[in-house]
Design a protein around this ligand. Sequence first.
Ligand code: ADP
Ligand code: MG
Length: 377
Amino acid sequence: MTAENETPIAEPAIEPNQHGGAAHPSDARPSEAQPSAATIAPIEAISDASSAETRKAEPSVPEIPKTNIATYAIGEGPAVLAESVVVAAEVVPTPVVTPTAVKPERKNLAEVIVVTSGKGGVGKTTTSASLACGLARQGKKVAVIDFDVGLRNLDLIMGCERRVVYDFVNVIHGECSLRQALIKDKRFDNLFVLAASQTRDKDALTKEGVEKVLTDLGDDGFDFIVCDSPAGIEKGAFLAMYFADRAVVVVNPEVSSVRDSDRILGLLSSKTRRAEKGERVKEHLLLTRYSPIRVEKGDMLSIKDVQEILGLDVVGVIPEAPEVLQSSNSGEPVILDMNSQAGQAYDDAVARLLGEKRPLRFTTVEKKGFFTKLFGG
Ligand SMILES: Nc1ncnc2c1ncn2[C@@H]1O[C@H](COP(=O)(O)OP(=O)(O)O)[C@@H](O)[C@H]1O
Ligand SMILES: [Mg+2]
């Protein structure tokens, strides 16, 4: 695979995060088991990662003319088949394909989704974790990256904080390879987390460094890269959105959150690579912590209000739900709790991101029936 040989994540490397490997000195946690050399093993995850796309580009066995293949009986094993192919090839010579003849163009096919908002504490990390899990559950190969240098929350919500050895900043500074820093999710083989650094200054991320990480992930067959943005409009937030193809703008149904998101929309249409090329970042509105009762009472903005102010398509409305905090505390993103309304609403949002049409749920006050009113419930 020509492309892989040129990327750092394709080199044979150790896998400390999946086997409790050598910790970065600044991140060492005394309570955690430190690795021995014997625990260091090659990453099967990333080598598995050569996607259908990359595999497609590999030099393939010359195609055998159909007339020859037709002679094989059903049930013949691969060895028999291989032998027969040789015989067939002798009869009708097939063109020799050399590796140089099929050298592929390196293509970054990963779709970069930034989860952003103007204000902090609105539910970006909760959303990033659930979207990433949901996309992985749909069979997509997903990396979710924490851009919140200094805070590092995503790994907690994803439930992999004890396995963070290297982080995003280490990768960018060349202190480890990307594959060493990627933490493979325990629930989905096709989901990886790249944690933020707790120790570095906010300027530790560079545009070139971020671009290289995103490109390498794309070359390695990732379908989606979810970028969990920090709040505000500082460098981290700017870098999280700069390379985005799509943006999920997380908003709470209150005026200050909507107003701050409006500023983010301005940045998405001017300060991103797509904007610089005269293209658009596809924007989606995700309304969260939505409480139909409070909307009915007039304490909260309605979906329609927010939609009208921001002028965006709604990709999801997540109800205010106590399960969200419980899920975060146990490191199980709420989308995995399909008994909860929030989990189901996130599942709908993922389906919509993938192009499915689903009606909104949990957005109106459930009217209690006569018997419920009478007997409680
Ligand atoms: N739908 C929801 N229902 C209830 N609490 C929520 C919901 N979404 C997020 N939260 C809570 O809001 C707080 C902030 O969420 P977080 O995802 O960390 O926001 P951000 O990343 O934007 O700072 C957390 O305590 C989280 O549990
Ligand atoms: Mg956050």
